[in-house]
Design a protein around this ligand. Structure first.
Ligand code: AMP
Length: 178
């Protein structure tokens, strides 16, 4: 992506200091979603990037990964699989625990999410910080015998080494590095 396009997208995302706790600069993507030109620009970029990739599923991480992941899966005519916080998915699940930039958590996926196929999967989330969430998500995908072709993020926090660590497991694409 061209530098001026990166700037355009970055300017559409609001930075909120000390949310949800002191010391965190929260990247608020609701302002991008609220801007139809910016949201369309982002989705057009992702469609162009992935339309010729052999993908079977798009997997989004709760909750902002659902927004971009589901929008992209509709545009690429691919099925969408949610990875959720514990206790949200109603059928049989696999679980993986991980640590966050703020706190710790567990994520789950339905065991039949990929219909027992050796599926090629694109993983999407809004932001990679420590990489704990995405790493756990890739582990869940692999435990179901699917292959994570790439993990895609709108924002990478480059001061944290999350993306580097994740790159040992899968290819990583971050649109904006801040
Ligand atoms: P991590 O597991 O540390 O890579 O954290 C990634 C997850 O936490 C993503 O789902 C993000 O939505 C959320 N997150 C972590 N840090 C931030 C931040 N500074 N701004 C917005 N979301 C964040």
């Amino acid at each position: 992506m061209k530098e001026q396009d990166e700037k355009y997208l970055l300017d559409s995302i609001r930075a909120i200091k000390d949310f949800p706790k002191e010391g965190i600069i929260f990247r608020d993507i609701t302002t991008l979603l609220n801007n139809k030109e910016a949201f369309t620009f982002l989705m057009d970029h992702l469609v162009e990037k992935y339309q010729n990739t052999k993908l079977d599923y798009i997997v989004g991480i709760e909750s902002r990964g659902f927004i971009f992941g589901a929008a992209l899966s509709a545009r690429l005519k691919l099925p969408f699989v949610p990875i959720r916080k514990p206790g949200k998915l109603p059928s049989k699940c696999l679980q993986e625990s991980y640590s966050l930039e703020y706190g710790s958590d567990t994520i789950e996926i339905h065991t039949d999410a990929f219909n027992n196929q050796k599926a090629n999967v694109l993983l999407i989330d809004d932001l990679i910080a420590t990489g704990g969430t995405a790493l756990a998500a890739v582990k869940l995908i692999e435990k179901l015998n699917a292959k994570c072709i790439e993990a895609c993020f709108l924002i990478e926090l480059k001061d944290l080494d999350g993306a580097k660590e994740l790159a040992q497991l899968t290819s990583v694409y971050s649109i904006l590095k801040v």
